[in-house]
Design a protein around this ligand. Structure first.
Ligand code: KG4
Ligand code: ZN
Length: 351
């Protein structure tokens, strides 16, 4: 079964084609991605209207590119999957509209996919895929969650952020340090030249027996320190503050992830979402998991941030298990604020 995936929830147009044979992990045949980063950089962040217009320009040429690269054609597509939410409403509508029109023209079903489920399952496309059950650390731009994952669609919420997400903490701190958009990778680059112990920054909720996160206080502390020096001329304090900020965020993410493994008794950790590309986070998690004979799986670096492959993959994994809400009337909606459906496992409560 061949599934075309279309991702347009924010500032990346991602298209991919996956194939399934029986119950085996779906195979990625081809993918293409166009990042709008350069266009939005001039504005210091994503401009939703520009994002929508650019998705319109890219989505069909990228689809053609993917089909050509896979040596495939439109007739071979069995299901057209698209990101239904969460994300920017206008941007989501472009992907949903194109997906449902294409599916209608082909006489094949369309399937709306949750963007975060795509991130969560993306490590299944890596060379070293996980197996269920596992603890997932989901760290995208707008979400920071620890989940107990027992299967596709079976997500138990262990911890959530009570204010900013880790990605937001990276992005907002980067802005305060005068770094461009996107902030996370820029802050990580500057941090390479700084001392991670130069500034003592808050690590909220770390002492409490909780798997929840809070990063708003960190941003306030970074602002207070950043105001004390001139970002344009004080290169070393700036790099030191970047390194200390990254250290604080990574420290909290690692300690809570390890606590989640202990709380659930699971020995597999999966990291997904854009912040999962952070090199310090990866090396710390790998080291801490190794100490505990736990296994940690990451998506391929190229699949950490938004892409079409994770949408095609999530659709294919749902179809394999018979839990996909296929549409053949091609009426569609998008859900810009769609929470991932989660349960509250017993392990979510403090031991
Ligand atoms: O998952 P994603 O691509 O988009 C959402 O679904 O939100 O995540 C984007 C987030 C941004 O906050 C970005 O700054 C962060 O991931 N990010 C990073 C790195 N690469 C991307 N944060 C820290 N270090 C990185 N290397
Ligand atoms: Zn994302």
């Amino acid at each position: 079964m061949r599934v075309l995936g279309i991702e347009t929830s924010c500032d990346e147009t991602g298209i991919a084609l996956v194939d399934t044979v029986g119950d085996a992990t779906p195979l990625l045949l081809a993918q293409a991605l166009y990042s709008q980063v350069d266009m939005h950089a001039a504005y210091g962040g994503v401009v939703p209207e520009l994002a929508s217009r650019d998705h319109i320009r890219r989505v069909l040429p990228l689809t053609r590119e993917v089909l050509n690269a896979a040596g495939s054609d439109l007739a071979s597509i069995d299901v057209v999957a698209y990101t239904r939410g969460p994300g920017l409403a206008g941007a989501l509508l472009v992907g949903a509209g194109v997906a449902c029109s294409l599916a209608a023209a082909l006489g094949k079903p369309a399937l709306g996919i949750h963007h975060l489920e795509g991130h969560l399952l993306s490590p299944f496309l890596s060379a070293d895929p996980p197996t269920f059950p596992f603890v997932a650390l989901l760290v995208s731009g707008g979400h920071t969650q620890l989940l107990e994952v027992t299967g596709v669609g079976e997500y138990g919420l262990l911890g959530d952020t009570i204010d900013d997400a880790a990605g937001e903490a990276f992005d907002k701190s980067a802005k305060l340090l005068g770094l461009g958009y996107p902030g996370g990778p820029a802050l990580a680059r500057l941090a390479e030249f700084g001392d991670p112990n130069a500034y003592t920054l808050p690590r909220p909720l770390l002492q409490r027996d909780s798997l929840d996160f809070s990063f708003a206080g960190l941003k306030t502390a970074v602002r207070t320190h950043a105001l004390r020096f001139n970002s344009a001329t004080c290169e070393q304090p700036r790099a030191d503050l970047a390194a200390s900020t990254q250290e604080a965020i990574v420290d909290v993410l690692v300690r809570k992830s390890i606590a989640a493994l202990a709380r659930t008794g699971l020995t597999r950790l999966v990291v997904a979402g854009g912040v999962g590309a952070n090199a310090l986070l990866r090396s710390r998690l790998s080291a801490e998991c190794a100490k505990r004979q736990a296994r940690v799986c990451y998506p391929e670096l190229a699949l950490c941030t938004d892409n079409g492959a994770m949408i095609a993959l999530a659709a294919a994994m749902r179809l394999q298990r018979g839990i996909a809400a296929l549409s053949t009337d091609y009426a569609f909606d998008v859900l810009p604020r769609w929470p991932l459906t989660v349960s509250r496992p017993a392990a979510a409560a403090a031991a």
